[in-house]
Design a protein around this ligand. Structure first.
Ligand code: CTP
Ligand code: MG
Length: 226
């Protein structure tokens, strides 16, 4: 499931960031082709903004069924809509991977690792990277309150992989309860599950601000020459 219904406000480009050109393809095309290159992906559901005029121009991966649905107000609503679009296609116990459209540099090897490590896990989990920097907590005036022990701290990436029905329920219930969840793992944690982190590569960045685009272009080039 690929949420691609955001407007990219922080990017501030003329069009949503998932449609910006990156090394000869759009950001979203990179993301979709990488998912499609993973054995075991039966289909992809993409959540799009209601007035999206760019989607029909994309070159879609040929070997995987791609379904589209309309996104919602926040990422979690878009993901939930995408999960609903898979009703009848995915079984309750089957795995669903959720991957940000804005992460075009995800490595196929990392997605495969995630799927392999968690194949027998009762809950599922996500790609993550341990935090390297010293971490500070500050007040609203940027004055440090404390240095946070970074031991055991990770940055959460995508894909995040959970069982279809459990994820659908966790998202539905957390939204209903008014809890803000910014990733699938938070919804699962809120529902009382304990997801597992699988270490991925730090070049799996989420394109967020203008300076991220040249960085992503560089990472894609580097990956090609590996
Ligand atoms: N997304 C979505 N539906 C929303 C908001 C976000 O499907 N209502 C998607 C985005 O398209 C992106 C992913 O969720 O692929 C991660 O969100 P983010 O990086 O925050 O993208 P935007 O919301 O588009 O960016 P911004 O917050 O800067 O506006
Ligand atoms: Mg956003």
């Amino acid at each position: 499931m690929v949420p691609a219904a955001g407007i990219g406000a922080r990017m501030g480009a003329g069009l949503p960031k998932q449609y910006l050109p990156l090394n000869g393809r759009t950001v979203l095309e990179h993301s979709l082709w990488r998912l499609a290159a993973c054995p075991g992906i039966a289909g992809i559901a993409v959540a799009l903004a209601a007035q999206d005029a760019h989607w029909p121009q994309l070159a879609l991966p040929p070997d995987v069924a791609v379904h589209t649905t309309t996104g919602g107000a926040q990422r979690c609503h878009s993901v939930l809509n995408g999960l609903h679009a898979l009703a009848g296609l995915a079984q309750d116990e089957e795995w669903v991977l959720v991957h940000d459209a804005a992460r075009p540099c995800v490595r196929v090897a990392d997605i495969r690792n995630l799927m392999t490590y968690l194949a027998d896990h009762p809950v599922g989990g996500l790609l993550g990277v341990p935090v390297n920097d010293t971490v500070k907590r500050a007040d609203s005036a940027a004055t440090i309150i404390e240095t946070v022990d970074r031991h055991g701290l990770w940055r959460a990436l995508t894909p995040q992989m959970f069982r279809y029905a459990a994820l659908r329920c966790a998202l539905q219930d957390s939204i209903k309860a008014g809890v803000t969840v910014t990733d699938e793992a938070s919804a699962m944690e809120w529902a009382g599950h304990a997801p597992r982190l699988v270490e991925g590569q730090g070049d799996n960045i989420k394109i967020t601000r203008p300076e991220d685009l040249p960085l992503a272009a560089y990472f894609l080039q580097q990956q090609q020459s590996e």
